[in-house]
Design a protein. Structure first.
Length: 281
């Protein structure tokens, strides 16, 4: 058990059902533990086990005009990004058909890029198998949260694997999904799960042979740095993570996140704790 886990455990009963508050307190205490021990937060969280770098995935949306979406994809690839997540915005069949055409164009232009799709829990359970079959020729790695959180475990193996996101926040659902056929990965959002809970779910997913992806809820610099340290602390290398810089960080122009580097990478910081502070311009 890591030093941060020992320090944080007494808080657990008081923070049950408050994952964002739990994440904030866990992050603050993890940073303090790291600074006291002179270790990066990832080393404290992972029991001194961490990796040098983790790749990030880019983010696109089919709601953008096709030329704009393709231009954004080219810019991501030019930066060194090797995996792109596409948010599907349409719920009905007509909108899904438009999404499908946009994805086909994206795949034609980037035949070797890893594509991941996010349906945002918008599909009816009865429509999901057909839509996943239509997506199969595009060869996405998986589709995140294709159906409502409480229904995901019922989807089963399909033509395209799927990943769990919002479902992980439901009581008892992660255990069901660890046993489910067709589940390819857990999408770990520490602001939705808590930092230690996210680390535990990532560990358990990797032990079962599932992928783990750490991402954020467009967090500020401290929370984003904590999510980066979580990705670096997982027992096995995660899949490319949703930890790229986002436009909202412009609200903190003087705060540098030392883990974020050019080339689509999260790199281990050699600073103790999170290594983030307003003095690091």
């Amino acid at each position: 058990m890591s030093a941060s886990t020992i320090a944080l455990e007494p808080l657990s009963p008081r923070l049950r059902g408050l994952p964002a508050a739990r994440f904030a307190l866990e992050t603050a205490l993890l940073d303090l533990v790291g600074q006291r021990l002179g270790l990066p937060a990832s080393a404290c969280l992972g029991g001194h086990q961490r990796r040098a770098e983790v790749r990030v995935n880019g983010l696109l949306a089919t709601s953008a005009a096709l030329p704009e979406m393709l231009g954004s994809a080219r810019a991501l690839v030019a930066r060194g990004v090797r995996a792109i997540k596409v948010k599907l915005r349409s719920r009905g069949d007509e909108g899904f058909a438009r999404d499908l055409e946009a994805l086909r164009a994206l795949r034609r232009e980037h035949p070797s890029i890893e594509l991941r799709l996010d349906a945002n829990a918008a599909w009816p359970l009865e429509d999901a198998p057909r839509r996943l079959a239509l997506l199969a020729p595009i060869e996405p790695r998986f589709v995140e949260q294709p159906v409502a959180p409480e229904l995901l475990h019922r989807l089963g193996a399909q033509a395209v694997p799927w990943a769990a996101d919002e479902s992980l926040a439901l009581e008892g659902m992660p255990e069901r999904l660890l046993e489910a056929q067709g589940c390819a990965a857990f999408i770990l959002k520490p602001a939705m799960l808590g930092l230690l809970r996210a680390h535990d779910l990532g560990r358990r997913a990797q032990e079962r042979g599932l992928g783990a992806v750490v991402t954020h809820l467009f967090d500020g610099p401290v929370a984003l740095a904590a999510a980066c340290e979580l990705a670096l602390a997982l027992p096995r290398p995660p899949l490319a993570c949703g930890l790229d810089a986002h436009a909202g960080l412009a609200a903190w122009p003087a705060i540098r996140i030392p883990q974020l580097r050019e080339g689509g990478l999260v790199v281990a910081s050699d600073r103790p704790g999170l290594g983030v502070g307003p003095w690091m311009a």
